[in-house]
Write a protein that binds this ligand. Sequence first.
Ligand SMILES: *[C@@H]1O[C@H](CO)[C@@H](O)[C@H](O)[C@H]1NC(C)=O
Length: 275
Amino acid sequence: MYSWSIGLLLLWLQVCIPFVFAAPAQCPNQCHCHGDLQHVICDNVGLKKIPRISEATRLLNLQRNNLGNLPTGGFGEMKGLISLHLQHCQIREISSQAFKGLKKLIYLYLSNNEISTIKPGAFEDLTELTYLYLDGNQITSLPKGIFSPMVNLFIMQLDNNKLRELQPGTFTGANDLRWLYMSGNELSSIQPGSLDEVENLAILTLDRNKLSTYPLLAMSKLRVVEELNLSKNPLTLIPDHAFRSFGRYMEKLHLNDMALEKMLPMLHVVSAFFP
Ligand SMILES: *[C@@H]1O[C@H](CO)[C@@H](O)[C@H](O)[C@H]1NC(C)=O
């Protein structure tokens, strides 16, 4: 009896240990998988939480599921992920360390959710992230240093949110950012110092905001701007030397549909760029 139950225990351990200690090497229910689980596609399949995925997976597509909130460490076992698609998932909140362990992630798509809260430390571990899409959400403010792990960030999409102002420290750490899209927000103020860490911006879109004064001090840190869109802001005045720091890189300046009454002497420089 004794040796029989030991034998059964050993058998149980042999069968179960691989499943307890290794991530599942199976395509999650209802999902499609390709290339030995390298691509896992769970587009619009009614998921309510994040499925378990193995370390072999490079691309995970969870678009159009009802995830509601991204908890701490929810992607913890997916250390091989490079591309994560979370558009249209009715996400409202991103907890701190929501992407813990995703040290290889390059693409993160969070567009068209209902994100209003991003907890401090939410993006911890995303040191390789290069493309971040947060457009089409309800973000009113960004915690200081929220992007600080993203030392390789190149493109950030923040179009169509509810941002009201930018403060110093917002972009701390994201020193490589080149393209920053903030069209269609409610920005009425960009405080001096807010853009100091992203001085290499090449494209900056600020159209469809509520800027009534040109944020001269914040903008004067930018040195290599190629394209700036300020259309559809209630700006009445573009001050002298507004674009002087941009140097000779400026290619496109969009100033349509504003309440411009006066543009000081540099008008002759700018007029070359009017459509
Ligand atoms: C600039 O902004 C306006 C207003 O939102 C938009 O219609 C236009 O397409 C933008 N131009 C470019 C080149 O992005």
